[in-house]
Design a protein around this ligand. Structure first.
Ligand code: AHR
Length: 631
C-alpha cells in the first residue's frame, strides 16, 4: 500500500488527543490510585453505607465497638472506634489491626507516614507495627508517645520504617498499647498510613499506579466520572466541596459502585495529579440528574448552576475571588488551567426518556448560558452525542461514549469525518468480543489483543479528525483485582505492586500518545482504508514526520506491505519503526497472575530509499508508529 504524505494542508492539533477518565469504580481510587493503606480509616457513613468496623480486628482480647460520641472528632467524622480491655484485663497489651485494601505492601526501603486521633486518658506509648496476616511476624514498628486527654481529640503522628521487606502483601497495620496505663477505654478515629507517594505529595497517589498512568503519556484527564459524578440521588451526588481540605472535614461518599469512598481522593488531589502529569482537564459538573432518575426541576436548578460556577472559580479563579482564595488556602494560589467543562454525565441514560428531554429543554441550556457568560473561553461539553441522536446546541461540543466490539470500532472509522459538532470521546474501550454480542453481552475478562488493535483503529479515526475531536479518554482506567465490577480496564492492580499489570491496550495507547502531532498532514493512497488504517502528521518540536497505523483483519492474515513518502523528507533519512504485535490467539491478554506480556514491541530503523520511500511490512493485527525523529 503506497501512502503519500503532503508537507502541508493539515491543521495544528490541540496536543491532547489521548487520556483517560478517572472515577472511583473497581476500587480504583480508594484501594487504587489513592495511596492510603488503611481501609475504613474513619468509620464513615453515607446514604448507602452505615458506619461499621469492617477491616478492623481486635488484638489481645480488646473489645472494639463503634461509637457516635457527643464529642466526635469532627462534624464530618461522626463515628469512631472505642477500644477497651477485654474481661479480666489480660494480657496487658491490647489493640487492633487493619488488613488494608486486601493487604499492604511492606518494603524496608520505604518510610511510611502514620497518624491517628485518640480521645481518652492514657499514660504510656502506642506501638504501630506492620505484621504478617499469616504468621504474625513483625516487619517493623514505631513507638508513639501518648499525648491524649479525655476531653479532646489529639492527633498522633509517626514514621514507620520496616526493618525488612515482607515476603508478600498479606500484611496488616497493628496499633497496640498498654491497657494498664488507660483510664477506662480509648476512642480512635482517622487511623491513616501512607507509603511514599507519587512526587511526594501529602495525601497523594500510589507510586507504581501513578507511574503506570504517567508512562501512558496522557494529555487528557476527565474527572470525576462517569456515574460517580451523578451519584445515586439528587442529594447524594459527588459534591466536590466535601472533598476539600483536611481529612477530618471530608465526610465520605456512598459512591455508586457498591463500596464506600473516603473522599480522600478529592478535587484538589485530582487537580494536582493533572498538573503533575501535564494533562488537559475535562471537569464534569453535576447537572441535576442522578442515577436513580432524580431530575431537578427548572425552578430548583439555579443552586446547581451556581455551584458549578463556584467549582470553576475554585479551579481557575484569581486568589482574590472567594473560591480562588480557598484554593490558595489549600496550597495552590496559582489557578489551574481549565478549558473544558462537561455538564453532567450520560444524561441520556438515567431517567430515560425524561433525563435527556429535561437536559435538552432547560438543564443544559441554563448551564451553557451561565458558563459561557462568565467564562467565554471555556468549551462547554454536553453529555450526549449527535451519534446517539442528540442535538447539541452551539457552541457546545458533544461527548460520545463507546464500549464496543472491535468490529464496531472498525465500522465507525469514517464516522468522524466532516463532523459539524465537535466531540469529546469521553469514554471508550473495546469491551466485548466480536460475534454479535451487544453491549449487554458478557465483557471479556481483560483487554485482549484484537480489541486493543481495534482501539488503535478507533484512535486513528479520532486523530484524523483532531480539529473536531477534542480527544479520547480510555475508561474505566483501573481495576483492583480484589474488588471490581467492570472487568475491562487499561491497568490492573492489587496491594502487591508486582501485580500492577499493563494490559494489551496500554501498549497501544502508550505508543500512539508517545508520538504527538503538533500538526496533521494529509495523506493519500490509491488503496482505500482497511485492513490498513493510518493517520500522519508532524511534530514541530522534534522535527519528526510521523505515521501511525494499524492492520485489522487482512485477507488470509497476510502481512501488509507499507510504502510511505513524506513530501520534503529526503532519500537516506532514517526513521524509527515501532511495531506492536500480539499473540497467535487474538483473544490473548496480559494476565496479572502469570505476569506474561503477550504484546511484542519491536523497534527497527527504516531508511528512506532513493525515492524517499520508507518500506516495511505490517503483520495482521499489528500497530505501528514510524517517526523520523523519535524522542
Ligand atoms: O466507565 C464506566 C461507566 O460507563 C461510567 O461511569 C459511565 O459514564 C458509563 O456508563
Amino acid at each position: 500500500i503506497d501512502v503519500a504524505v503532503k508537507a502541508d494542508g493539515g491543521n495544528a492539533t490541540n496536543g491532547h488527543q489521548y487520556g483517560f477518565l478517572h472515577e472511583d469504580i473497581n476500587n480504583s481510587g480508594d484501594g487504587g490510585l489513592y495511596a492510603e493503606l488503611v481501609r475504613n480509616r474513619a468509620f464513615q457513613s453515607s446514604y448507602s453505607f452505615e458506619a461499621n468496623l469492617e477491616a478492623w480486628y481486635s488484638l489481645g482480647g480488646a473489645q472494639l465497638s463503634l461509637k457516635k460520641l457527643d464529642k466526635p472528632l469532627s462534624k464530618a467524622l461522626a463515628s469512631s472506634m472505642n477500644v477497651a480491655a477485654g474481661p479480666g484485663g489480660y494480657p496487658a497489651t491490647i489493640g487492633f489491626y487493619n488488613d488494608g485494601y486486601w493487604g499492604m505492601d511492606v518494603k524496608k526501603a520505604h518510610k511510611y507516614s502514620g497518624s491517628f486521633w485518640v480521645k481518652g486518658k492514657y499514660d504510656g506509648h502506642f506501638t504501630a507495627s506492620f505484621r504478617s496476616n499469616i504468621t504474625g511476624d513483625i516487619f517493623g514498628s514505631a513507638k508513639v508517645q501518648s499525648s491524649c486527654t479525655p476531653d479532646k481529640w489529639t492527633e498522633h503522628t509517626y514514621e514507620l520504617r520496616p526493618e525488612r521487606d515482607a515476603p508478600n502483601s498479606n500484611n496488616t497495620l497493628a496499633i497496640t498499647f498498654d491497657s494498664a496505663g488507660v483510664d477506662g477505654s480509648l476512642d480512635f478515629n482517622l487511623i491513616s498510613l501512607f507509603p511514599p507517594t507519587y512526587k511526594g505529595r501529602k495525601n497523594g497517589m500510589r507510586i507504581d499506579i501513578a507511574e503506570a498512568l504517567e508512562q501512558l503519556h496522557p494529555t487528557l484527564f476527565r474527572i470525576p466520572g462517569g456515574n460517580m459524578l451523578e451519584g445515586q440521588t439528587n442529594t447524594s451526588w459527588w459534591d466536590w466541596k466535601d472533598s476539600l481540605g483536611p481529612l477530618t472535614e471530608r465526610p465520605g461518599f456512598g459512591g455508586v459502585w457498591k463500596y464506600p469512598q473516603t473522599h480522600g481522593l478529592g478535587l484538589m488531589e485530582y487537580l494536582e495529579f493533572s498538573e503533575d502529569l501535564g494533562m488537559e482537564l475535562i471537569v464534569g459538573v453535576y447537572s441535576g440528574l442522578s442515577l436513580n432518575g432524580d431530575i431537578t426541576p427548572k425552578d430548583k436548578l439555579q443552586p446547581f448552576i451556581d455551584d458549578a460556577l463556584d467549582q470553576i472559580e475554585f479551579i481557575r479563579g484569581p486568589v482574590d475571588s472567594k473560591w480562588g482564595a480557598r484554593r490558595a488556602e489549600l496550597g495552590h494560589p496559582k489557578p489551574f488551567k481549565l478549558r473544558y467543562v462537561e455538564i453532567g454525565n450520560e444524561d441520556w441514560l438515567a431517567g430515560r426518556p425524561t433525563g435527556w428531554q429535561t437536559y435538552k429543554d432547560y438543564r443544559f441550556p441554563m448551564f451553557l448560558e451561565a458558563i459561557n457568560a462568565a467564562h467565554p473561553d471555556i468549551q462547554v461539553i454536553a453529555s450526549g452525542s449527535t451519534f446517539d441522536g442528540h442535538d447539541i446546541p452551539k457552541p457546545a461540543a458533544g461527548d460520545y461514549h463507546l464500549y464496543a466490539v472491535p468490529d464496531t470500532l472498525i465500522k465507525q472509522f469514517n464516522r468522524f469525518d466532516n463532523l459539524e459538532t465537535p466531540h469529546l470521546i469521553g469514554e471508550m474501550a473495546a469491551t466485548h468480543p466480536n460475534g454479535g454480542l451487544g453491549f449487554n453481552g458478557p465483557m471479556q475478562p481483560w483487554p485482549w489483543w484484537s480489541g486493543a488493535v481495534a482501539e488503535a483503529v478507533g484512535l486513528i479515526s479520532y486523530e484524523r479528525n483532531h480539529d473536531r475531536i477534542i480527544g479520547a479518554a480510555y475508561a474505566p482506567v483501573l481495576k483492583s483485582l480484589d474488588r471490581w465490577q467492570w472487568p475491562i480496564t487499561i491497568i490492573q492492580h492489587a496491594a502487591d505492586p508486582a501485580l500492577t499489570t499493563r494490559s494489551t491496550s496500554w501498549f497501544v495507547w502508550e505508543l500512539f500518545a508517545g508520538h504527538i502531532f503538533t500538526e496533521s498532514l494529509p495523506a493519500s493512497s490509491k488503496t482505500p482504508f482497511g485492513p490498513l488504517f493510518y493517520v500522519t502528521g508532524r511534530n514541530e518540536v522534534t522535527g519528526g514526520h510521523i505515521f501511525k497505523g494499524a492492520v485489522f483483519n487482512s485477507t488470509d492474515n497476510a502481512d501488509v506491505p507499507v510504502r510511505i513518502t513524506f513530501e520534503g523528507v529526503k532519500a537516506g533519512t532514517q526513521a524509527e519503526l515501532t511495531l506492536l504485535t500480539g499473540p497467535e490467539d487474538p483473544y490473548g491478554y496480559n494476565d496479572p497472575w502469570t505476569g506474561v506480556n503477550v504484546v511484542e514491541t519491536t523497534k527497527t530503523s527504516v531508511t528512506a530509499d532513493a525515492d524517499g520511500v520508507f518500506s516495511f511490512d505490517m503483520p495482521d493485527l499489528s500497530v505501528a508508529v514510524l517517526d523520523t525523529a523519535p524522542k
